[in-house]
Design a protein around this ligand. Structure first.
Ligand code: GLN
Length: 557
């Protein structure tokens, strides 16, 4: 396998030890960015040891956000970090779980592909894992594969065995291992402790993997002596012991790792010659996040999974990107929609914008409706994403169109006015996994709409993950009362975007724009939403321009 210039593809495996949640995904993604800045074609892959075929069926509380790729794969949230850091569109091939590997191997066994063999973890499962890694080689100089979980987990063993074999087969100059570990500070002893790292590396070595590089997460600087000690005990060269101290923003991690020469060490080990990294633009992004020059805005996100912000990871990042575009700090408060029912007035007063993100199930819906109502009536910039759009439509139908019992079929199948309903193609589906409208679909923007102005193109492609849609039978009454259907599918069958004209900024989309926002390319809707919040914060009421755009969208036109 080779990259476009005919060079052999090289592989970097990233494992983690000591504890989970050390930021392996961000470290892997940061290395990806550094290598990309050195002119290499890079891709990233996550191997997840759980048995679910994909995370699509898991509760957001269990797993955080389900990240959706263009090809409609429901993937681990680390793929979001990968895409945001390397700014490449990834696919199903970039996230593989144990469940998917077994599903394939068992299907092959049923077809008789193994010709009478006893099917076993070694070699059949490990061969399938290696095949899935190699699949990413075409077109890439370097494939970075992160192994989920921590070393020592029973579930991770087949993956670790597979990558051990992989290095054996491909050779030292083609495959390296990076191990991410924690150097905890023990306050009682006033010391940083290296023992957990020594143990975790020993555990890796027992299964035949000698890490080439250690990335040590720490709250305090590691002095030279400590680095030498870690190197000595773990058999890793001193210059390959990299300190990764906590930083203010995740976007600083590539800069920090570069300062520690991580990219040089990786390229030396892989025997790749590449120009130095150009990090000027990336440094500018970090400066804008850490020290924006145009003040700050406060955004309320009203949703149902607010106890675990990871459930809305991409929304959080896209709001930060909106801040980058406007050179402002974005302060986000995660408010539980359940606290809103009946009392939305006061809680939203201090904010410059309201965002209602995606979600499933009835819990907290009435609170979301109250929040939308307040934003609509009080000129608070409102951005509704997927469930957020659906709530805006329900609220508008109830309180503006005079349909007090309007609801979504998802929450009230008996509602006389199901303004949100199920697509025909979804009617007879009984299984849950992978059965929603998923992935990339085109959306045509209405000529005179604000959405069209914001995107500045006539047609966009955005990613979806939902079952329900705006009910076409209610389009006319909604439009007559001033809720514009500003984005439609090319056949005009599906409503993709709505906006309320008589308002400074009131936009909803059935898709998830947060999935396509990058720090290097903030999504236009997020940039514009934060822009509207900046106007609100600066005390400007509805801008003349917004009024004009609104007038052009007048009722029933
Ligand atoms: N539950 C809604 C649906 O399935 C919204 C989904 C979402 O917000 N992603 O249509």
């Amino acid at each position: 396998m080779a990259d476009p210039d005919g060079r052999a593809t090289k592989y970097v495996f990233v494992t983690g030890g000591v504890v989970s949640a050390l930021g392996k995904g961000i470290s892997a993604a940061s290395l990806g960015r550094l290598l990309k800045q050195r002119g290499l074609h890079v891709t990233l892959q996550k191997l997840d040891p759980y048995i679910n075929v994909d995370p699509g069926t898991m509760s957001p509380f269990q797993h955080g956000e389900v990240y959706v790729t263009d090809d409609g794969a429901e993937t681990d949230l680390d793929l979001g970090h990968y895409e945001r850091f390397i700014d490449e569109s990834l696919s199903q091939a970039n996230n593989i779980t144990t469940g998917r590997i077994y599903q394939d191997v068992i299907a092959k066994e049923r077809r008789g592909d193994y010709l009478g063999a006893t099917v076993q973890v070694i070699p059949h499962i490990t061969d399938e894992i290696k095949r899935r890694i190699r699949l990413l080689a075409p077109g890439h100089d370097v494939v970075i594969t992160e192994i989920g979980g921590t070393v020592g987990d029973i579930e991770s063993l087949p993956f670790l065995e597979a990558i051990r074999q992989f290095r054996q087969e491909m050779g030292r100059a083609n495959v390296i291992f990076i191990h991410l570990t924690l150097i905890p500070y023990i306050a009682a002893a006033g010391e940083l402790k290296t023992k957990p790292t020594q143990h975790s590396v020993r555990e890796l070595m027992e299964i035949g993997i000698q890490p080439d590089i250690l990335i040590c997460r720490t709250e305090h600087p590691l002095d030279e002596n400590l680095k030498r000690k870690i190197a000595l005990f773990t058999n890793v060269p001193r210059e390959a012991v990299i300190e990764a101290r906590d930083v203010e923003t995740i976007y600083e991690v590539p800069l920090e790792l570069h300062r520690q020469r991580l990219d040089d060490v990786v390229l030396e080990l892989l025997e790749i010659d590449a120009p130095p990294a150009d990090l000027i633009d990336w440094t500018d992004i970090v400066t804008r996040v850490k020290a924006p020059t145009s003040g700050r805005v406060r955004i309320a996100v009203v949703g149902k999974y607010t106890d675990l912000v990871d459930s809305y990871k991409s929304v959080q990042e896209a709001l930060i990107h909106g801040g980058i575009a406007n050179d402002v700090a974005v302060e986000i408060d995660w408010l539980s929609s359940e606290d809103f029912a009946g009392s939305a007035r006061e809680p939203l007063q201090p904010y410059d914008g309201l965002l209602i993100p995606g979600g499933f199930g009835e819990r907290g819906i009435e609170g979301m409706l109250e929040a939308v109502r307040w934003a609509r009536e009080n000129d608070l910039p409102f951005f509704g994403i997927c469930l957020g759009l659906q709530c805006a439509v329900i609220e508008f139908a109830r309180n503006v169109c005079g349909l007090p019992e309007a609801h979504s079929y998802e929450f009230a199948p008996d509602s006389p006015d199901p303004v949100i309903c199920m697509m025909d193609s979804q009617q007879n589906i009984t299984t849950k996994g992978g059965t929603m409208r998923l992935g990339r679909y085109p959306c045509r923007l209405r000529e005179d709409s604000r959405s069209r102005q914001i995107y500045d193109v006539a047609e966009v492609s955005e990613r979806h993950r939902h079952r329900y849609e705006v009910n076409n039978a209610y389009r006319e009454i909604l439009e007559e009362h001033g809720l514009a259907m500003s984005g439609l599918s090319p056949g005009e069958l599906l409503v993709e975007m709505i906006e309320f004209y008589d308002h400074p900024w009131f936009v909803g989309c059935q898709f998830h724009p947060e999935l396509k926002s990058r720090p290097t390319r903030p999504h236009p809707l997020f940039a514009s939403f934060i822009g509207a919040a900046v106007e609100r914060a600066s005390g400007d009421t509805v801008s003349d321009e917004a009024k004009e755009t609104g007038a052009a969208l007048g009722a029933g036109d």
